[in-house]
Design a binder for this molecule. Structure first.
Ligand SMILES: C[S@@+](CC[C@H](N)C(=O)[O-])C[C@H]1O[C@@H](n2cnc3c(N)ncnc32)[C@H](O)[C@@H]1O
Length: 357
């Protein structure tokens, strides 16, 4: 597990190396889950206590679940199904792949909730019975696509057709923010020994003593299995693990925004450009790209949100955690950002050189 948030506990903390496939991720995750049972139970409890998130789900459910056949994918200990059951659905079937969580949920939840121990690999192919009207979930990672919501993407289908169910949340938003105010990221002026990117950066200056010889070429070769941080030898760009206060988003307007709606089957970039699901060849490498100009010494950071009708919940508004990585661009230039939908990997490209964050 790589925890990307330092300042608070992050319920969605799984990050995968860039070349693992979706099913490898699932196998890895299951093994990982069983190893850290107590940690996982703690994670579920944190989600149960995330009042802002749960209130957002309650309000959204109140608008749509009555008399509907509902499916939850990834029920954990069952908080979302328990919220929904009070709103008179016709039925609720709750899937959970992690057997320890399933055992607890199946014993403790309201008996009207049908709990099933299975992985829903792809909603387009799964034999749901009864057919759902609503599928709800929280399969959302701290960069949206690094948990499991790619389950809702039409991998393996030739021509995408509008689903007969409504996915909630079904609209996923990635925003790119740029700031020139260094005071928003006070800690990044300090290079902390023994921690992530900053030390690797300081190989150059010799200020970090590893007690072993540092062979950059060898590090480059193993970077994918260790950490993508070794990509960050670049005079134009520097990456930081930041502890930024969520207040950085106050009055901050995104310079770029993409949104993917699995109910409508479309991708919107900066509010206008639309790509239909049926025009995309879906693969592990499918990504959304966006480029924009930045001024010298700008900081780039990200914000993620989920949307139901007009109601947006930004992950930083809950106790979920956000991707607290900040990149500093050292020159006036054009920047290209891409985000892979199979695992949430974010790339940042400057002058033809792409780095993974
Ligand atoms: C972030 S937790 C959410 C738990 C709970 N729904 C909540 O909101 O508190 C995601 C859960 O989904 C389960 N999960 C992830 N992908 C799944 C899939 N494709 N099918 C079934 N369960 C899945 C995980 O084991 C985990 O328990």
């Amino acid at each position: 597990m790589v925890t990307t948030v330092k300042s608070k506990i992050n319920q969605h903390s799984m990050t995968y190396s860039s070349d693992t496939t979706v099913s490898h991720q699932r196998k890895w995750r299951n093994g990982h889950y069983n190893k850290f049972l107590q940690k996982n139970i703690e994670r579920y409890i944190l989600m149960h206590n995330d009042v802002s998130r749960n209130t957002w789900y309650l309000k959204s459910f109140a608008d749509c679940v009555k008399n509907k056949n509902c499916v939850e994918i990834g029920t954990g200990l069952g908080i979302l199904s328990s919220i929904a059951i009070g709103l008179d659905p016709k039925s609720i079937t709750a899937y959970e792949e992690y057997s320890e969580a399933y055992k607890i949920a199946s014993q403790c939840l309201n008996k009207k909730i049908n709990v099933i121990n299975d992985t829903v690999e792809n909603v387009y192919q799964y034999p749901f019975d009864p057919k759902p009207d609503i599928i709800f979930h929280d399969l959302i990672g701290d960069r949206i696509w690094n948990e499991d919501c790619n389950t809702f993407l039409p991998y393996g289908t030739d021509k995408w057709k509008k689903p007969t169910w409504y996915t909630l949340p079904g609209e996923f938003i990635t925003e790119i923010h740029v700031s020139k105010e260094k005071s928003k990221f006070p800690e990044i002026s300090t290079v902390v020994k023994g921690d992530g990117f900053d030390n690797i950066q300081s190989f150059d200056t010799g200020s970090y003593d590893l007690d072993v010889s540092v062979d950059i070429e060898w590090l480059q070769k193993i970077k994918k299995i260790v950490h993508p941080m070794f990509d960050f030898h670049d005079d134009n760009l520097r990456s930081y693990n930041s502890n930024f206060d969520n207040a950085v988003f106050n009055n901050s307007k995104p310079v770029g925004r993409f949104s993917l709606d699995v109910n409508k089957g479309k991708i919107t970039k900066n509010g206008t450009e639309v790509i239909n699901f049926s025009d995309i060849t879906w693969s592990e490498d499918t990504a959304i790209e966006l480029n924009f100009d930045v001024e010298k010494n700008s900081f780039i950071f990200f914000r993620f949100g989920i949307k139901y009708k007009s109601s947006i919940f930004y992950l930083d508004q809950g106790t979920w955690g956000v991707l607290e990585k900040v990149c500093k661009v050292k020159k006036d230039t054009n920047v290209k950002i891409d985000q892979k939908l199979s695992n949430g990997e974010i790339g940042i490209e400057i002058e033809g050189k792409r780095h993974i964050i």
